[in-house]
Write a protein that binds this ligand. Structure first.
Ligand code: DX5
Ligand code: ZN
Length: 217
């Protein structure tokens, strides 16, 4: 697994031209395509559902990285798999039976991730960390693209990397929310492997160059 991966969030793309936006990502140096699923219950916004995911999957040559911001994730893991998920990440705050959810994700053949909101400390993962493929640290409160980066995420990444080096050295650490070139360098230095970027990529003049710029910091 190479360091400095980028997973552009399709949430910031032009939905009226979804196919060409996906093709743009196919031609870029993106490692994954980040898929934000919101239910209007766990987070105060609704994004899109599985028919849209399937349309993305049909055109994507990059693997899909699902971020579920929903209640009852267990009920939708299979839909994620059918929509092309390689990674499925569920929120710690929304999963009362996390160990079961992680097991079910792995049984589907997907990489299993847990997401932590900005207020949730990494210590809550102590017991489950050895079982995880990935931890996603939120650097905004989930629900909307285009928010401001919360800098305390950087320290959280360092702490998690130190903890993981003892119990799960291959853990992928992903960071999501308000990421741009300024935060990218600090995040990679702190031990992040993969950065999500939505508006920074899609609102830029040249999204492909912007994706590469996140790796070149
Ligand atoms: C926020 C989402 C993020 C968002 C990132 O709830 O989980 O993935 O799309 O977008 P930016 O990079 O614009 O913060
Ligand atoms: Zn996300």
């Amino acid at each position: 697994m190479s360091n400095r991966m980028v997973s552009p969030s399709i949430l910031a793309a032009d939905f009226a031209n979804l196919q060409s936006e996906v093709e743009l990502l196919n031609e870029s140096s993106a490692d994954y395509i980040h898929i934000d699923i919101m239910d209007g219950v766990f987070v105060p916004n609704i994004s899109f559902g599985f028919p849209v995911c399937k349309a993305i999957h049909q055109h994507a040559t990059k693997p899909l990285d699902f971020h579920l911001m929903i209640q009852n994730s267990d009920a939708y893991l299979e839909d994620c798999k059918k929509s092309g998920a390689e990674i499925i990440s569920v929120h710690f705050e929304a999963c009362p039976h996390l160990h079961r959810t992680i097991g079910a994700t792995k049984e589907l053949g997907c990489k299993a991730g847990v997401v932590l909101n900005p207020h949730t400390s990494i210590e809550v993962l102590n017991e489950i960390l050895p079982d995880l493929d990935l931890v996603l640290i939120m650097s905004v409160n989930p629900g909307f693209g285009g928010q401001k980066f919360i800098p305390s995420a950087i320290q959280k990444v360092s702490k998690l990397r130190a903890l993981a080096s003892k119990v799960n050295p291959n853990l992928i650490i992903e960071v999501d929310g308000g990421v741009n070139v300024n935060s990218a360098l600090d995040l990679y230095a702190a031990g992040a492997d993969m950065l999500v970027a939505g508006s920074f990529v899609f609102k830029s003049d040249n999204p492909k160059d912007t994706i590469q710029s996140l790796k070149d910091v």
